[in-house]
Design a protein around this ligand. Structure first.
Ligand code: SF4
Length: 103
């Protein structure tokens, strides 16, 4: 059992309920293919655009780790839309195992 958490784009979260992320988890496709069993311990957002600063992502990662996350997934919507995806990945890597995708 691997405890995972997902951080998605705050802006996209206003219109996306996470259906594709949960479908990929359920069907073990894309980024979730590699797991035998998954426990989702959190489904959070980046905290909103902060002009490239990583303090909000760090705070989210800290909380998710305290709640038991073993791997943080930075979602596909961050990867495909966010100009700060690279910075978010680098910051998250300092504090947790990270996967830069969901579906
Ligand atoms: S910082 Fe990136 S991931 Fe967060 S709301 Fe802005 S565009 Fe979306």
């Amino acid at each position: 059992m691997t405890k995972i958490a997902i951080i998605r784009c705050e802006e996209k979260s206003k219109t996306c309920p996470g259906t594709a992320c949960f479908k990929a988890i359920r069907e073990k496709t894309a980024a979730f293919e590699k797991y035998d069993n998954i426990e989702i311990i959190g489904f959070d957002t980046c905290g909103g655009c902060g002009l490239g600063k990583t303090d909000k992502i760090k705070a989210k990662v800290d909380t998710l780790k305290q709640k038991g996350a073993e791997v943080i997934h930075i979602s596909s919507c961050v990867k495909s839309n966010c100009p700060w995806y690279g910075s978010f990945m680098e910051e998250t890597k300092k504090h947790s195992k990270v996967d830069g995708n969901t579906h």
